[in-house]
Write a new protein. Structure first.
Length: 558
């Protein structure tokens, strides 16, 4: 079951205090406070240990080791030979089994994916009296083990997994990892470039989480930075992407328009990394459909590296991407009927406009093994964007260069989580995350906007300038415990997202003309002008509180 209450109101000390008090009560009742989807980037393993005659082996000792972090979890099989491991960080694992009178010749290799439930069956052989087998090492990893994960056999959700090798090497024009979601069924890009459409739903309602932390825009909805038209998060640090089209579990909540679950790469005892440079010279571009040459130049570069800070104890992974994009398009007014002259002054404004975008994205994470029972993860992401003469995605526009906008801004996202193994059957995961986005948009000219019906647009953009700042704080803690072959998860949520927007249309006025002839004659059809009285700033917040209980109980043995 899932409870959620979201309200858009001005910040209120009393209201916020009351909601925090309710959250504390939920903490006492449920034993946890949690933000939805905080554990969605983790996976689980359910296993059965059998003898050569397919009979279950009770009291077998299980050691499940993450070969990146070298952290381990220990279990003991029940009377039916079963064990369940929950809240497992994404990555490669080696499973070792020991039981009196039996042997496992080599560890079982597993790759746990984001949101995956892996089912494994281990068959032991009868122990030989004349020899023994000891395994002391594991195989090398491949790009952080970003290979395809196991098929999820226990969940009813409809989803696709995109492995990190695909994300890393499949060409992407502007290095936006969310474009990889289009590889899934029922997923496509929004025609207005506002994000991703899953199962025909609005992109503003899509939910996205990176390593379990919310990565949505609390002001406009959908994926953060979706309207920038440039990279927002380094694609080189993405380990895998899960696209849930329907059937998202109670831990997710807050969406019926799809859920994108992202896991990032992590360091290990072995140093690994990559670097890339992609160039597109202007000479390689063709003319547009109207016969104009386009000086389209792109330079994309970046890389990542990860490794140990202290062997078996602390690890790092960092990634950086920088783009230099020149996207040209032409101003070309609509053709006029014979006999309607176009002055030389107007005709001279039909020229090539070059939109330049130079986004920077930096990501870093560290992981610490704090003894046998605790794992700490810290992450930080920084984004800076500068863009001029913003294009609308077409090679031709009816508006002049004066009517285009410049965009600048920066974003910061931080995340910290602690996973604690309280017992062989109980795991706790607490997460705190904070994000802030600031964007400023200004028009190239402060002259009045002139809209000429059937011809084109002159002057500045009537809806600039535009300023917005959004923040989002979230706190989560999930508690999972197993009993027999069933697993339980309980949690709740606390979220606070203040937003601030300043935009007033027609500050510099707008004139509308019915035709080019009316413009030449000076006969405008409509005039609009705004005058600010009072504070024009929208200053509101979104406050969230919720709780969930999730029970997974197999109803058959297979």
């Amino acid at each position: 079951m899932l409870y959620s209450d979201r309200m858009r109101t001005a910040p209120s000390v009393v209201s916020l205090t009351e909601r925090i008090a309710v959250t504390v009560a939920l903490l006492v009742i449920l034993g946890a406070t949690s933000l939805a989807q905080s554990t969605s980037a983790m996976g689980s393993v359910t296993g059965t240990v059998l003898d050569p005659q397919s009979r279950p082996i009770a009291d077998a000792k299980i050691v499940l080791r993450n070969t990146d972090f070298t952290s381990t979890r220990s279990f003991t099989t029940d009377e039916a030979g079963r064990f369940i491991a929950t809240f497992l960080p994404v990555g490669p694992y080696a499973l070792q089994v020991t039981a009196a009178g039996f042997d496992l010749k080599k560890p079982v290799r597993l790759n746990v994916g984001a949101g995956s439930s892996t089912v494994v069956e281990v068959r032991l052989s009868v122990k030989s009296s004349s020899q023994s087998v000891t395994v002391t090492g594991t195989g090398a990893t491949v790009e952080g083990n970003t290979v395809n994960t196991s098929v999820n056999r226990t969940e009813s959700l409809a989803s696709n997994q995109v492995a990190g090798l695909t994300v890393t090497y499949l060409p992407s024009r502007n290095r936006d990892f969310t474009q990889m979601t289009q590889l899934a069924a029922g997923t496509e890009a929004d025609p207005d470039s506002n994000g991703i459409v899953i199962a025909g739903q609005r992109p503003e309602s899509l939910k996205l989480a990176i390593d379990g932390a919310d990565f949505d825009d609390p002001l406009r909805g959908g994926v953060r930075g979706a309207e920038d038209g440039a990279l927002f998060f380094p694609q080189v640090v993405v380990r895998e992407v899960q696209i849930v089209r329907s059937g998202a579990t109670a831990e997710v909540g807050g969406t019926n328009a799809g859920f994108v679950n992202v896991a990032t790469k992590s360091g290990a005892n072995k140093v690994r990394g990559e670097a890339f440079y992609i160039a597109r010279p202007a000479a390689f571009g063709s003319r547009d459909p109207f016969g104009h040459s386009l000086e389209n130049r792109q330079h994309l570069l970046g890389g990542s590296i990860g490794g140990p800070i202290k062997k078996d104890r602390a690890f790092f992974y960092i990634g950086l991407e920088q783009d230099f994009l020149r996207v040209p398009y032409w101003t070309q007014f609509a053709e006029q009927a014979p006999g309607v002259p176009v002055s030389a002054a107007l005709a001279s404004q039909q020229l090539q406009i070059v939109s330049e975008s130079n986004p920077t994205a930096l990501f870093g994470r560290t992981d610490f093994n704090l003894g046998a029972a605790h794992t700490l993860n810290l992450q930080l992401n920084y984004n800076h964007v500068t863009a001029s003469n913003l294009a609308d995605g077409f090679v031709r526009t009816l508006s002049t260069i004066d009517n285009r906008d410049d965009l600048s801004g920066q974003s910061v996202w931080g995340r910290a989580s602690l996973t604690s193994v309280l017992s062989t059957a109980t795991v706790n995961h607490i997460l705190a995350a904070w994000q802030t986005d600031h964007r400023a948009m200004d028009t190239n000219s402060t002259a009045p906007e002139i809209f000429i019906n059937g011809f084109g647009v002159l002057g500045g953009n009537a809806f600039s300038p535009h300023r917005f700042t959004s923040n989002n704080f979230q706190l989560s803690d999930d508690l999972s415990f197993t009993r027999g072959n069933s697993s339980w998860s309980v949690g709740g949520l606390v979220g606070y997202a203040p937003v601030r927007v300043t935009q007033v249309g027609y500050l510099n006025s707008r004139f509308d003309f019915s035709s080019l002839s009316e413009f030449v004659a000076g006969n405008f059809r409509r005039y609009r002008q705004s005058f600010v009285i009072g504070d024009p700033t929208f200053d509101e917040s979104v406050k969230s509180i919720g709780a969930y209980v999730s029970v997974k109980q197999p109803i058959t043995d297979r």
